[in-house]
Design a protein. Sequence first.
Length: 202
Amino acid sequence: MEINDSFKTIGLASTEILFKEKNSKFFGYAFPITTEEEVKSHLHDLRKQHAHAGHFCYAYQIGTETVYYRTNDDGEPSNSAGMPIYGQIQSFGLTNILIVVVRFFGGIKLGVGGLISAYKTAAQMTLDETEIIEKTIDVHFQISFDYKNMNRVMRIIKEKNLNIVSQNMSENCQIEISIRKKNAEIIFDIFTNSFEVDIKRQ
């Protein structure tokens, strides 16, 4: 069975895009995120930047194996803003991302269908202007061993091209490594079968 151990997200925050519809202006922004705290921070900054805007509608998704998402219409009719934005996150197959569309009302009502279309278009234009990257899902292990086994452990790390996250080389050595999920079981077995080396998942 093929283990899916990569995901798509964005590397950097997007540039601001502007979509206009019947005098209303829709400004789109995308941010890479990993926590809900970051969502609050970005919204706070945008509210300061666009103090006179009427609506700050958004959608975000966090997580790889366990996914959490949320949408917000911010005063627009139910499901006319947040869900169309989230639909674009799904359409592009992204996670760990926040998209905010800031609306300035232009005096002409767009109706629910018009709003859905406008928010979807603004979100799509934002993602079209953003660099999408692929990242691996990594598993972290803590390896513990006596100093005398250092060479053996380091040889495995080097041979298998493992990434060292942190290390503590005192009398009892500890190294934290990260490994692509699909290789994790093999590496775990190598260290488990290695005499006088203790390994556990972080």
